[in-house]
Design a protein around this ligand. Structure first.
Ligand code: MOS
Length: 748
C-alpha cells in the first residue's frame, strides 16, 4: 500500500487473534511444568507470628518458597524499592504475598493454599487518605508521605486581595480496576546455569528485567524477559508483572522446573493495582469579568501500602491539575500518601483523570459564581500559543481551544439542546419524570514521560533487514491491543516506501530487542514511533551510502540492495537513540519548565438523562473531539478514544470498588459492574489534525487522553439536568437517590 500513514490499515496481528493462533501465556506449556499459587496475608497490618501447614495435604510434594529463599534482594526494584517480593516478618496490606507454592496438580494446589495458615499479630491500620494525612497511625516513613510536589508560578498569596470572587471546592475520585480481558500471568524457567527466563503478559519487559536482576542478584545477560500476546493492560500490567514474574521465577529456581503462575479474575482483582483514589481542593481567584487571577490546588492521592509508581502518577496528576488555561498565579501542592491497602498503580491517564475531573467540575462552579456560562468562562481563560501553563511551559504550537469548543458544540448540538432541556425540564413538574442535561470538559494530556523522563530513559529502537528484503523492527514496546505493531509497521512502511507486509515486528524479548522504554505514558506512537522512523531511515541511508540503493527506488530494488549488502557485509542493522526535541527544558527541583514535548487538546461533550424514579443517570450521547497531531491509523485511533471513553463512563457511573478493612470486597465481575454496550451511548469521535513536527508522520500520543474528560463532562451534564452539583465519582444511583430524595424532602 502506498503511504499507509493515515489509512485504516488492518491490525498487524489481527488475523492471528481472531483465528486463535495468537498464543497468550496460559496457552503455553512446558514439559514437566508446575503450577503455582500465592498465599497471602489475611490481615491489613501486623507481625507474622506463625505459618503452619495443615489439612490432609502431601506437603513434601510441594515446592514452598518464602522470603528466606530469595537469592538476591527482597524488593521489587522500581522507584523506592520498598515493596518486598514476599513479606518477611511484617505485612502492610491485605492479600500481601507471604508464601508461594508449586505443584503439578493445580487442583491440589488450590486445596493446599487453603490449608496454609498465616497468623498475624495485628496492628492498627489506616484505610483512607484522610486518616493517612492526619497521621492517625504512622504506617510508612516518618509521615506517611511517599512523595510531594510543589508547583509555584507567580505569587498566589498576593492575588486574593485583588479578586472579585474567591471560589472554593473539594472533589474526590475512587479506585478503579483496569479489568483487562486477560488476567495477569507468567511462566518461568530458572536455574544457576541458564539464568532466568520469563514469558508473560506485560507492558514493560525491561521493568521486569531490572527487577529480576536485583531479585536474583544475577548479571543482566542472565535474565531474559519475553512478552507473550497480551490481552489488555491499561497500566495494570505496567508494574505488577514484575511481582508475578519474580514469584514464578523463585519457584522455578527452587524446584528446577518450569513454573506457571496464572491469576484468576478474583485474585487479579483483589490483589493487583487499581487507580489511585484522590481528593482535590481548589481555591480560585477570579475577576468580575471572569479572568482567572490565581489557582491554589491541593491534590492528594492514596498510594496504598508501598510507594511503587505513586511518585510518577502524582507528578502527571499534578502537572495536569491546572488544565488548558492561562493563569498568572498558580500554586499546586500535591502528596501521595500511604494506606494499608494493596498498592495503587498505573491506570490509563496516570493521575490526570483524577486532577482533571476536579478542575473541570470546579471550572463550572467558578463560572456559575461569576455569572457566566461554563462556555464563556472557559473561552475567557483558554491558553493560546505563546502563553504559559502552570509549570511555565510556553506553548509553542498553534492551539485553538476556542475553535475546538465551537466544533464540539456543533457536533453535539450543544446550544440548542441546552436551551431545549432547560425548557422541558422545568415544564415537567410531575414526579418521576426524566430530566435531561448536557455538559462538557476541556482538557489537555501530555504525551511521553514527564519532564526529563525521556532523556533519562535513553530509549533505543533497532531495525534490521534480511537478505529477502524484509525489514524487522526491534523494540521493547509491547502490543497490548492498542495497535503498536500496526502503527510501527505503518511508520516503517511509509518511511521506506515498502509494502506493509514487508515489515515484521519482532516479539519483545529482552534477549533480542533493545530497551525502548516501557509501553506507557502515551509514548509509543510519538516517542518510540519516532525512533522506528529514524532507525529504518538509517537502513535506507546505509544502503544509499554504500552505493547499492538509488534515491528513488522500487520495492524490488530495495530488496536487491538488501541482498547485495548482506552478501557483502554479513548483516544490515541500524539503531536510533532518543534525542529530545530542541528547546525542551525541565527543572526537576522547581518543577517548572517543559513538562511534556507535546500535548493533545480536547473537548468532550456528554448528554445525560436522569430518571427521577430509578435514580439512574445515563449517558445518552457523547462527542469526543481532539487534536492529536496527525492520526496514524483512523480506525485504531477511534478505537482508542471509544474504549477510553467507555472506560471513563465506567469510572464515572458504574465502577465502585467496595472496600472492607483495606480489601476489595466485590472482586468479581458480577458485583464490580463495568458498563456493557447497552450502557454506552454512541461515542462520536472527531479528530482535528495539526501535525506535530517531532512526532513520526506528525503524530502525538492518544492512549490516555480519552480517560480524562468524560467524568467531569458527565457530572457537569448531571448538574445541568438536576440542578445539583455532585463532586465525586463514582456517582452511583444509591448516592443520587440519597442526595435527591433529601432535597425533595427539604422542598416539600
Ligand atoms: Mo500507563 S497508565 O502510563 O501504563
Amino acid at each position: 500500500m502506498d503511504h499507509p500513514i493515515g489509512k485504516p490499515v488492518p491490525r498487524k496481528e489481527g488475523r492471528k487473534k481472531v483465528t486463535g493462533q495468537a498464543l497468550y501465556v496460559d496457552d503455553l506449556s512446558f514439559p514437566d511444568m508446575l503450577h503455582s499459587v500465592t498465599v497471602r496475608s489475611p490481615a491489613a497490618r501486623g507481625k507474622i507470628t506463625n505459618i503452619s501447614f495443615g489439612g490432609n495435604i502431601p506437603w513434601d510434594e510441594f515446592t514452598i518458597v518464602t522470603a528466606k529463599d530469595i537469592p538476591g534482594a527482597n524488593y521489587v526494584a522500581l522507584i523506592l524499592n520498598d515493596q518486598p517480593y514476599l513479606a518477611e516478618s511484617f505485612v502492610n496490606h491485605p492479600e500481601e504475598p507471604v508464601l508461594l507454592l508449586a505443584h503439578a496438580d493445580k487442583y491440589l494446589l488450590e486445596e493446599a493454599r487453603r490449608n496454609v495458615h498465616i497468623e498475624i499479630e495485628e496492628q492498627p491500620a489506616i484505610f483512607s487518605l484522610t486518616d493517612s494525612l492526619v497521621k492517625k497511625e504512622i504506617i510508612w516513613g516518618e509521615d506517611n508521605v511517599f512523595k510531594k510536589f510543589l508547583v509555584d508560578k507567580g505569587n498566589v498569596d498576593d492575588a486574593w486581595a485583588n479578586a472579585d470572587f474567591i471560589v472554593e471546592g473539594e472533589y474526590e475520585t475512587g479506585a478503579q480496576e483496569q479489568l483487562y480481558i486477560e488476567n495477569n500471568g507468567a511462566i518461568a524457567i530458572a536455574n544457576e546455569t541458564d539464568g532466568v527466563t520469563v514469558w508473560g503478559s506485560m507492558q514493560c519487559p525491561y521493568y521486569i528485567h531490572k527487577a529480576l536482576v536485583k531479585l536474583f542478584g544475577l548479571p543482566e545477560e542472565k535474565i531474559r524477559i519475553i512478552q507473550t500476546e497480551t490481552g489488555g493492560g491499561f497500566g495494570g500490567k505496567e508494574e505488577y508483572p514484575s511481582l508475578i514474574a519474580g514469584h514464578a521465577a523463585l519457584l522455578a529456581w527452587k524446584s528446577g522446573k518450569p513454573v506457571k503462575m496464572i491469576y484468576d479474575r478474583a485474585e487479579d482483582m483483589v490483589a493487583t493495582t487499581k487507580r489511585h483514589p484522590s481528593r482535590t481542593r481548589h481555591k480560585t481567584a477570579v475577576t468580575r469579568d471572569g479572568k482567572l487571577l490565581a489557582m491554589e490546588i491541593d491534590f492528594v492521592i492514596d498510594g496504598g501500602a508501598y510507594c511503587t509508581l505513586s511518585p510518577v502518577v502524582l507528578s502527571r496528576g499534578t502537572i495536569h491539575a491546572a488544565g488548558p488555561y492561562v493563569c498568572p498565579n498558580v500554586r499546586i501542592h500535591s502528596r501521595a500518601v500511604a494506606t494499608n491497602v494493596p498498592p495503587h498503580g498505573a491506570f490509563r491517564g496516570f493521575g490526570a483523570p483524577q486532577s482533571i475531573f476536579s478542575l473541570e467540575r470546579h471550572m463550572d462552579k467558578v463560572a456559575q459564581t461569576v455569572g457566566l456560562t461554563p462556555e464563556e468562562f472557559r473561552r475567557r481563560n483558554f491558553i493560546h500559543e505563546g502563553e504559559t501553563t502552570a509549570t511555565s511551559q510556553m506553548i509553542r504550537e498553534p492551539v485553538d481551544m476556542d475553535q475546538l469548543l465551537t466544533q464540539a458544540f456543533q457536533h453535539s448540538d450543544y446550544h440548542a439542546k441546552r436551551e431545549r432541556f432547560a425548557r422541558e425540564n422545568s415544564a415537567s413538574n410531575g414526579r418521576f419524570s426524566k430530566k435531561r442535561g448536557i455538559g462538557f470538559a476541556s482538557f489537555m494530556h501530555g504525551a511521553g514521560f514527564t519532564g526529563s523522563g525521556e532523556v533519562y530513559l535513553q530509549s533505543v529502537v533497532s531495525a534490521e533487514a534480511t537478505a529477502e528484503g524484509i525489514v524487522r523492527i526491534l523494540a521493547a514496546s509491547t502490543e497490548i491491543g492498542q495497535g503498536t505493531n500496526t502503527i510501527f509497521s505503518q511508520i516503517a512502511s511509509e518511511t521506506l516506501g515498502l509494502d506493509f507486509d514487508s515489515i515484521e515486528i519482532v516479539q519483545p524479548d529482552t534477549g533480542r530487542v533493545p530497551n525502548s522504554g516501557p509501553t506507557v505514558a502515551s509514548r509509543t506512537s510519538m516517542v518510540v514511533g519516532k525512533l522506528v522512523e529514524s532507525a529504518v531511515m538509517g537502513l535506507k541511508q546505509t544502503l544509499a551510502g554504500s552505493g547499492l540503493l538509488p534515491d528513488k527506488y522500487s520495492e524490488s530494488e530495495f530488496k536487491k540492495a538488501c541482498a547485495d549488502y548482506i552478501a557483502k557485509f554479513g548483516s544490515l542493522k541500524t539503531s536510533s537513540t532518543y534525542q529530545p526535541p530542541p528547546n525542551v527544558h525541565w527543572d526537576d527541583e522547581k518543577y517548572q519548565g517543559d513538562a511534556y514535548g507535546a500535548y493533545a487538546w480536547a473537548i468532550y461533550v456528554a448528554e445525560v438523562s436522569f430518571d427521577e424514579l430509578t435514580y439512574e443517570a445515563r449517558v445518552e450521547d457523547f462527542v469526543a473531539l481532539q487534536e492529536v497531531g496527525r492520526v496514524l491509523n483512523p480506525v485504531l485511533a477511534a478505537g482508542q478514544i471509544e474504549g477510553g471513553v467507555a472506560q471513563a463512563i465506567g469510572f464515572t457511573l458504574f465502577e465502585n470498588v467496595v472496600w472492607k478493612e483495606g480489601r476489595m470486597a466485590n472482586n468479581q465481575m458480577t458485583n464490580y459492574i463495568i458498563p456493557t454496550p447497552a450502557d454506552i451511548p454512541p461515542i462520536r469521535v472527531y479528530f482535528e489534525e495539526n501535525p506535530y513536527a517531532y512526532g513520526p508522520g506528525g503524530a502525538k500520543g492518544i492512549g490516555e487522553l480519552p480517560m480524562d474528560g468524560a467524568a467531569p463532562a458527565i457530572l457537569n451534564a448531571i448538574e445541568n439536568a438536576t440542578g445539583v452539583s455532585f463532586t465525586q465519582v463514582p456517582l452511583m444511583p444509591e448516592q443520587l437517590m440519597d442526595t435527591m430524595s433529601k432535597m425533595e424532602q427539604a422542598f416539600t
